[in-house]
Design a protein around this ligand. Structure first.
Ligand code: PMP
Length: 286
């Protein structure tokens, strides 16, 4: 069934939605994005995603053409028009088009704002049950990963390399330390049951799911160590897992061909997923 998508103030069937070939998002990846999960037909952690969007815009001097409140109405309208129960809403904002290709920021271009829905299982997903296999590979991205831009070629390549090696995803490594997953934040559990994850900096995206998880973990008296770790430490960890808006928590059961623990999702990853799902269910309850 054709989706209804949003493009610059209009709700259109996806086949009718068009953006200029001169759009700077297309030509220069001069655009930012957000993905917000939808559960029970409602938005999860919406405020966090919009706060990060506003920050990404500020960092790039990119004008958001509508208010955050109006954006909520657009999200809700898309859920309604597409009868979305579970999945995500993708939002992309680019610096627009001046009808030509020119590196310099345009003084007067109207930003391009598009949103569309993606129906997919979130609460019950096979990867949450059985875990995923990851490889590690070099992190070749630019140094402002805290800004959520659409420059995602490295993420595409990393996932491609993972698939070629029979794995599901990749963890990125810089200066001998894991930065983050190709589209997720990374965690390991050490012998003392401490959850270890890289601290916030410009080296990683400040995951909205990560923020929620760390808060919930503290409430449940789990010990969190915010420090970087090596792929070697990860391969020998008791458990490993990832987080992102539409996966929540997925256990990692193999890294670079090395089995983690007994090869099944670990208890802490399971517990954190359960706690997070509980929080989202409460937030999206009718
Ligand atoms: N890091 C990267 C590189 C990502 O692409 C994502 C997902 N957008 C995340 C981390 C997780 O962020 P969030 O929990 O806000 O989805």
């Amino acid at each position: 069934m054709s989706r209804t998508v949003y493009v610059n103030g209009q709700y259109l069937p996806e086949e009718a939605a068009k953006v200029s070939v001169f759009d700077r998002g297309f030509l220069f990846a001069d655009a930012v994005y957000e993905v917000t999960a939808v559960v029970n037909g409602r938005l999860a952690e919406y405020d966090g995603h919009m706060a990060r969007l506003a920050r990404s815009c500020r960092e790039l001097n990119l004008r958001l053409p509508v208010s955050i409140e109006a954006l909520r109405e657009i999200h809700l309208a898309l859920i309604e028009k597409n009868q979305l129960q579970e999945g995500g809403i993708y939002l992309q904002l680019s610096r627009g088009s001046t009808g030509d290709r020119d590196f310099a920021f345009p003084a007067d271009a109207e930003p391009t704002l598009i949103l569309f829905t993606q129906a997919r299982p979130v609460i019950h997903h096979p990867c949450a049950e059985k875990g995923i296999k990851v490889i590690t590979c070099p992190d070749l991205r630019w140094h402002r990963r805290d800004i959520k831009t659409v420059s995602l070629l490295m993420a595409c390549m990393a996932k491609e390399w993972a698939h070629e090696k029979g794995a599901d995803d990749a963890w990125l490594v810089e200066n001998g330390l894991v930065t983050e997953g190709s589209s997720s934040n990374c965690y390991i559990v050490d012998a003392n049951n401490h959850v270890i994850t890289r601290p916030l900096s410009n080296d990683i995206l400040h995951g909205i799911t990560r923020a929620g998880l760390l808060k919930l973990a503290a409430q449940h008296n789990l010990v969190i160590e915010e420090r970087a770790f090596t792929p070697e430490e990860a391969r020998h960890a008791k458990e490993a897992f990832i987080s992102s808006a539409t996966t929540f928590v997925w256990p990692v059961v193999e890294i670079d061909g090395v089995t983690i623990g007994d090869g099944r999702p670990g208890p802490l990853a399971r517990q954190l997923r359960e706690i997070y799902v509980g929080m989202v269910q409460a937030q999206t309850a009718g």
